[in-house]
Design a protein around this ligand. Structure first.
Ligand SMILES: [Zn+2]
Length: 377
C-alpha cells in the first residue's frame, strides 16, 4: 500500500544471545502476557530466544504490505540519580537493536527508528543527538515501565529539549504511552500511575482498596505544566492509544478501568494544526483492533481528524472486528482468561490485518497519512 506507515510496532529480545541489545526479566518470561505476545508474533513459547524473535520480526515486517513500520526501542529503567538499571527492567530494547534491523537486507527502507532515551540519564542530550544522527524519527517513552515521572524536573528538561532535538533543530516527536498499561509491568509496582494524566475520585477509591500496595498519586499539576511548557516551546507529542481503557468499555469501563481520554481530548483540541500553538499534539489508535475498543470508534470520529495517527501496537492481540462481533468478543475473552487452545489468531500477516480492519472502520481517514506528513522522510 503506497505511503502506508504503521506508527507503533514493538520489537524485542529476551537477552539470551545478544544481552547488550535488550532483555526481558525471568519473571516476565513466565507471565501470561508474554505468552500471548509470543502467540501473536507466531513464536512457539518453548523456542523463544533472541535468534527466533529477531527472525519472526524480520518475517512479519518483510512479508507485510505496509511500506514502513516504526519499530520502537525502549530504554531500561534509570534511577532518579541517573544510573542505568537494566537489572530492574522487565523489558528493555536497545536503540542499536532497532538500528540493526534497519541493516537487514529484507527490511531495507522498511523500518523507521523510534529511539528511546531515558530523561533521567545525564547523557540524555548526547544520546538523543546520536540517535537523530542515525535517523531516529521519534522518541518513545513508556513512563510506568521505565520509571519516568513526568513531574520530575529531569523529565521537564528533556521534554523541552525534544522540541529542538530533531534534524536542523526541528522537534523530535515524542510517542508517549498514557493510560492503563498491561503489556510491560513497572519495575516498582507503585509506578503504575506514572502513565496517568488524570486522577479522578474513582482512581482515589481504587487506590484506597490497594491498601499497602497503593500506587503513587501523580503530581498532575507538575505533569501538565511540564507537558504544556514543552508544547509551548514547539514540542510534538503523540499520546498512545488515545489514553483509553483496554478491557472494558461504556459505563462499566469507566468504573473498572482508568481512562485518560478527557485530558487527551483537551490536548488534541488545544494543540491542533489550525490553532496558533507552537507545539502539536497527536494521539495514536494503536491496539484499537479489539471488540471492546471498537465501541469507541464513534468517539474517535469526533476527534480532530488531523490529530490521529495509525499504529498497530504489534504484537498486541488483534481481532477481525469487521466480522462477527460476538465471535471477536469470544476470542477476546479467551485471551483474558488465558485459554490458549481457544485463542483464534487471524491467518494473514497481522500488520496487514490490523491496517485493513482500521481502514474498513475509518475509510479514507487522515489517520493513515498524518504520520508521513510529520516525519522527515
Ligand atoms: Zn505499544
Amino acid at each position: 500500500m503506497a505511503g502506508s506507515i504503521d506508527g507503533h510496532c514493538h520489537v524485542g529480545l529476551v537477552g539470551d544471545e545478544f544481552p547488550s541489545l535488550g532483555g526481558m526479566s525471568q519473571w516476565y518470561r513466565k507471565q501470561l502476557t508474554f505468552k500471548i505476545f509470543l502467540a501473536f508474533a507466531r513464536i512457539d513459547p518453548n523456542q523463544a530466544c533472541d535468534r527466533v524473535l529477531r527472525q519472526a520480526t524480520i518475517e512479519t515486517i518483510s512479508t507485510s504490505t505496509l511500506d514502513r513500520v516504526v519499530c520502537l526501542a525502549l530504554d531500561p529503567v534509570y534511577s532518579e540519580e541517573g544510573s542505568r538499571r537494566e537489572d530492574l527492567s522487565h523489558v528493555w530494547v536497545d536503540n542499536e537493536y532497532v538500528l540493526s534491523l534497519q541493516g537487514e537486507e529484507l527490511l531495507r527502507d522498511r523500518v523507521l527508528f523510534a529511539a528511546s532515551v531515558h530523561p533521567y540519564d545525564d547523557e540524555f542530550a548526547q544520546r538523543t543527538a546520536y540517535c537523530v544522527e542515525r535517523g531516529a524519527v521519534m522518541m518513545k517513552w513508556l513512563p510506568s515501565a521505565q520509571s519516568i515521572d513526568l513531574a520530575n524536573p529531569k523529565a521537564a528538561e528533556a521534554l523541552i529539549a525534544l522540541a529542538f532535538a530533531g534534524p536542523d533543530g526541528k522537534p523530535l516527536p515524542l510517542l508517549l504511552h498514557v493510560g492503563p498499561e498491561y503489556a510491560i509491568p513497572p519495575a516498582d509496582p507503585r509506578h503504575h500511575s506514572y502513565d496517568y494524566l488524570s486522577w479522578s475520585w474513582l482512581d482515589r477509591a481504587r487506590n484506597a482498596l490497594r491498601f499497602s500496595k497503593r500506587w503513587h498519586v501523580p503530581n498532575l499539576e507538575a505533569v501538565h505544566s511540564n507537558l504544556e511548557a514543552a508544547l509551548d516551546a514547539g514540542a510534538v507529542i503523540t499520546f498512545a492509544h488515545c489514553g483509553m481503557p483496554y478491557f472494558a468499555s461504556g459505563v462499566l469501563g469507566q468504573v473498572l478501568e482508568h481512562s485518560d481520554f478527557k485530558p487527551i481530548k483537551r490536548y488534541l483540541e488545544q494543540y491542533r494544526d489550525d490553532t496558533q500553538s507552537k507545539g502539536r499534539c497527536f494521539a495514536d489508535v494503536s491496539a484499537f483492533c479489539t471488540p471492546f475498543r471498537k465501541r469507541y470508534f464513534s468517539t474517535l470520529r469526533r476527534l480532530p481528524p488531523n490529530s490521529l495517527i495509525y499504529g498497530s501496537d504489534f504484537p498486541t492481540p488483534i481481532f477481525e472486528i469487521s466480522a462477527d462481533f460476538e465471535e471477536a468478543a469470544r476470542d477476546f475473552r479467551a485471551i483474558l482468561h488465558g485459554e490458549f487452545d481457544r485463542i483464534v489468531i487471524p491467518q494473514d500477516n497481522l500488520l496487514d490485518v490490523s491496517y485493513r480492519e482500521l481502514q474498513t472502520a475509518f475509510p479514507d481517514h487522515p489517520m493513515f497519512t498524518n504520520l508521513s506528513k510529520l516525519l522527515p522522510l
